[in-house]
Design a protein around this ligand. Structure first.
Ligand SMILES: *Cc1c(COP(=O)(O)O)cnc(C)c1O
Length: 359
């Protein structure tokens, strides 16, 4: 056992066999270690430790099982050309974790400790960062409420954990645009609700709509605002962008949209390239109108998993439009290439987004 930056590290004595890097998929394999930090009311967060990946024991009455007081994050570690391990803007994820915590009444975590924990854990499991093109090590930090109590109240105990999962290339055969259906009945989130927070309930409540459109041949739903069902909010669990008549637009943050790190990075890149990008309200009607007038040039989702996911077909109200002949648009492609090149260290990191793990 050793201690690094106040984090106790106990290494496993039996390392697992590594999975085939060409068959990783998403979130199916877990590395040899995990990070745990406990919270006890009166004492605060305590006992940061890296231990062998293992099951945890909770009381059946633990609050997480009943009222869903929990938050999570999603980010990746990339193996660069020269063998370095890169994190992409990890401080943004940790800041967002604390914004989610605030909404879910979970005590704030020390951002320096959280980043240190992620770095140390990835270093301990560095041999799990895959090297095949497009692969990465997915990092899942999350907090659960663990107090054994059935009252509806904030828990007095929590566990902050980080687990790691080697994941495959999102696009094995090159980027391919997907079919999306605008969701008119179910909503993901509503202003005043928890849409801005990365919290489990938002995803549980999205499954029914997702399953219904999947049965009709669509990859994902496009979510509308929960009040007027007029304004576009997100696509699946990604933020969304449209290129109309040379200008890029994305829904403005309104309290129910999750603010993506990729969304922010896309906007920074577009500005850097001199392409106007505007955050504003966007109606579905406007998108269909722009398509009719030949002005809808591209549409894509953005998120850590896919980076950029072009929308080839959009269905709404019995109509279906095909965007850019269902081909990946020029700007979508350039964003995808630039972001992934920066992540894998193939292109100059002009924005200082990469955090290199010291070896
Ligand atoms: C995580 C997430 C995103 C994308 O965020 P990134 O930080 O870019 O990965 C967008 N929408 C929802 C609902 C999400 O959960």
């Amino acid at each position: 056992m050793m201690t690094v930056n106040n984090i106790t590290i106990s290494k496993t004595t039996s390392k697992k066999e590594k999975p085939d890097q060409t068959q990783l998929g998403f979130g199916q394999y877990f590395t040899d270690h995990m990070f745990i930090l406990d919270y006890t009311e009166g004492k605060g967060w305590h006992d940061p430790r890296i231990v062998p990946y293992q099951p945890i024991t909770l009381e059946p009455s633990a609050m997480i099982f009943h009222y869903g007081q929990t938050v999570f994050e999603g980010m990746k570690a990339y193996l660069s050309e020269d063998g370095d391990i890169h994190l992409f803007r990890p401080e943004k994820n940790i800041q967002r974790l604390n914004r989610s915590n605030d909404r879910m009444r979970i005590p704030e975590v020390d951002e320096t400790l959280a980043l240190q924990a992620i770095k140390e854990l990835v270093k301990v499991d560095a041999d799990w960062v895959p090297s095949e093109p497009g692969t990465s090590l997915y990092i899942r930090p999350y907090i659960i409420s663990t107090e054994p109590f059935l009252g509806v109240a904030p828990s007095k105990h929590y566990k902050f954990m980080v687990i790691l999962s080697p994941v495959g290339a999102y696009y094995k055969e090159g980027i391919n645009p997907v079919k999306i259906a605008v969701e008119n009945e179910f909503v993901r989130a509503v202003k005043g609700g928890t849409g801005e927070a990365k919290t489990a309930g938002n995803y549980a409540s999205s499954l029914k709509a997702q399953a219904l459109v999947a049965s009709q041949g669509y990859a994902q739903v496009m979510w509308l605002d929960g009040i007027e069902k007029k304004y576009i909010e997100e696509v699946g669990s990604m933020n969304v962008f449209f290129k109309i008549d040379g200008e890029v637009v994305t829904p403005e943050l309104n309290g129910s949209i999750l603010e993506g790190v990729t969304r922010n990075s896309v906007m920074e890149l577009l500005k850097h390239w001199g392409i106007t990008v505007t955050e504003r309200k966007i109606t579905v009607e406007e998108i269909f109108e722009a398509h009719k007038n030949g002005k809808l040039e591209e549409a894509f989702g953005s998120g850590t998993a896919a980076v950029i996911s072009p929308i080839g077909t959009l269905a709404w109200d019995g109509k279906e439009i095909v965007i850019n002949d269902s081909k990946t648009g020029e700007v979508s492609k350039k964003l995808y290439d630039t972001l992934t090149n920066i992540q894998y260290g193939k292109e100059t990191d002009v924005f200082d987004w990469i955090v290199k793990l010291e070896r």
